[in-house]
Design a protein around this ligand. Structure first.
Ligand code: PXL
Length: 265
């Protein structure tokens, strides 16, 4: 039987991030991808590629989840961009209805098109309704600072402290990604399993953020978990896969490159 991997996330219309990157990653990791759309982000080339953000009606999200989970009964899911408190409540409620072996949450907190006030409500809803249901959460530096309530994260020890604080919000494993924002020659991630912090390193590939890295990392982790890997192995494989995608990045007319994993990785 093919292994099914499920993702609930936003569409990012240039294809670099969001559901498009997730489903591409699932295919490359050898699992059958099933996707539910929460919102549509279309950057605006006429306005410096600003985010245009349209949420999907909550009833349509619920319908998609019903169709996907009834057809396939997946036991591993990735949650990507949700975007509004209403969407978060809808997805949180749908997650509670069945039991999951793994819920991987990429806590995409803000979209530049949103008002700061609306973004705060979204952060709080994610913290209250989604994080307690997560088995693995994968914040970047900005998201980790917000979720952990830390003013700055500047060292590997700080990454570990952020992971412990976020772990106290409910998720079983916390992966904090240092990325290019943490000084030093390596891209450092920490994995907190509820008691120990494991540090993973790989050499940085330049100093620029590459679009879709967080999506691909969480999606590859999800695919490996769906295939039966344990969390640390899944995260290690996902880190290597994402590294290959940053090396192989694709340029476009947009002012940011996107992760592109060569075939056969
Ligand atoms: O990379 C974060 C992200 C996730 N999901 C969607 C996005 C973005 C960033 O633009 O648009 C839909």
């Amino acid at each position: 039987m093919p292994v099914v991997s499920y993702v609930i996330a936003g569409s990012e219309s240039t294809g670099g991030a969001g559901l498009q990157a997730d489903l591409r990653t699932f295919a490359q990791r050898g699992v059958y991808g099933v996707g539910t759309i929460t919102c549509i982000v279309s950057f605006d080339p006429k306005a410096q590629w600003a985010h245009r953000f349209v949420p999907i009606d909550p009833s349509v999200i619920a319908d998609q989840i019903e169709a996907a989970t009834t057809a396939h009964d997946p036991d591993v899911v990735k949650i990507g961009m949700l975007g509004t408190p209403d969407t978060i409540s809808t997805v949180a409620q749908a997650l509670r209805v069945k039991s999951w072996r793994h819920v991987v949450v990429d806590p995409v907190l803000i979209c530049k098109g949103q008002e700061p006030g609306a973004a705060l409500d979204t952060d709080n809803a994610l913290r209250a309704e989604i994080l307690p249901q997560a088995t693995v959460v994968t914040p970047n530096l900005f998201e980790a600072r917000t979720l952990a309530g830390m003013e700055s994260i500047e060292s590997v020890d700080d990454l570990g402290e952020a992971a412990r604080r976020i772990g106290a919000l409910g998720p079983r494993y916390v992966v904090v990604k240092g990325g290019v924002g943490l000084a030093g020659p390596d891209a450092v991630d920490v994995v907190f399993d509820g008691s120990e912090v494991t540090v993973l390193r790989s050499p940085k590939v330049g100093d620029e953020r590459v679009s879709g890295a967080g999506c691909v990392f969480a999606a590859a982790t999800t695919a490996e978990l769906a295939k039966g890997a344990d969390v640390l192995d899944a995260v290690q494989t996902a880190k290597e896969f994402t590294h290959a995608g940053i090396v192989g990045r694709i340029a476009s007319a947009a002012p940011f490159d996107a992760v592109c994993v060569p075939a056969g990785q």
